[in-house]
Design a protein around this ligand. Structure first.
Ligand code: NAP
Length: 218
């Protein structure tokens, strides 16, 4: 009998990563192992479509921190695809590009549970099409229940949810918002982000209040 090679399985880890932290890294590694992914490609966005770009840190800083954080894992790489694409970073454009690069692969888009609920509520560009283009892995913090019933209740797209998976990640008790707030208040972020990311944040003066007349950190 003819033996068919199994399809490649590639993880795409989408986020703003402002900054990247151990919760994101644990999520990517857990998804890689649970879903047998051959690699996970981190995709920091340039302009998160539902946020004011003035409220997020310069994309190059977020990109470089992502590179620093992932360099030690042989299964992780970082893509500049969204960083280099002008305008809002619509995930559908990114998925189309990756489907051209890997036409025969199963793609798994890994992101936060809130983002997945936004897709199901139809808030993203091309939400219905997105759910047919790849599989989604939604990661949530402990205490954030994302069960089948909740997914179905939030699903306004009319798509079936066979491509949607949920994972609870205890390490996601760490959040980028909390890290930014800690830096602003002069509290430690050691053991919440990889050391090179911590060094980068302090070297470039990210997330600290700007003194009067001071420009952007960088
Ligand atoms: P967000 O709203 O800042 O994050 C929502 C929650 O998910 C936060 O708790 C966040 O934690 C967590 N999270 C975000 N990315 C994660 C990841 N990769 N793994 C685990 N947890 C994650 O979300 P965002 O970062 O701006 O956007 C998430 C992704 O959706 C990005 O790739 C973005 O470009 C895409 N997106 C696309 C559209 C569109 O195409 N129309 C619209 C919105 C978002 P932290 O704050 O700790 O990260």
């Amino acid at each position: 009998m003819e033996k068919h090679a199994s399809k490649r399985r590639i993880g795409l880890m989408g986020g703003t990563f402002d900054p990247i932290h151990f919760g994101h890294l644990v999520t990517a590694e857990e998804a890689r192992v649970q879903f047998s992914l051959e690699r996970v490609i981190f995709i920091p966005n340039r302009h998160p479509p539902l946020k004011d770009p003035r409220e997020v840190t310069d994309p190059e800083h977020r990109y470089l921190m992502t590179v620093l954080a992932t360099v030690g894992n042989p299964y992780f790489t970082v893509s500049r695809i969204e960083i280099d694409r002008p305008g809002p970073s619509y995930t559908i454009d990114t998925l189309r590009a990756f489907l051209q690069i890997y036409p025969d692969a199963d793609l798994f888009f890994i992101t936060g549970a809130d983002a997945l609920l936004q897709i199901l509520r139809g808030m993203w560009h091309g939400a219905r099409e997105l759910l047919q283009m790849c599989q989604f892995i939604a990661a949530s913090r402990p205490g954030y229940i994302l069960d089948r019933e909740q997914l179905e209740r939030n699903n306004l797209t009319g798509n079936d949810l066979r491509n949607v998976h949920a994972m609870t990640i205890p390490a996601l008790a760490i959040s980028s918002t909390d890290i930014r707030e800690r830096v602003r208040q002069g509290r430690p972020i050691k053991y919440l982000v990889p050391e090179p990311v911590e060094d980068y944040i302090f070297k470039h003066g990210l997330y600290r209040p700007k003194a009067a007349g001071e420009g952007e950190g960088g």
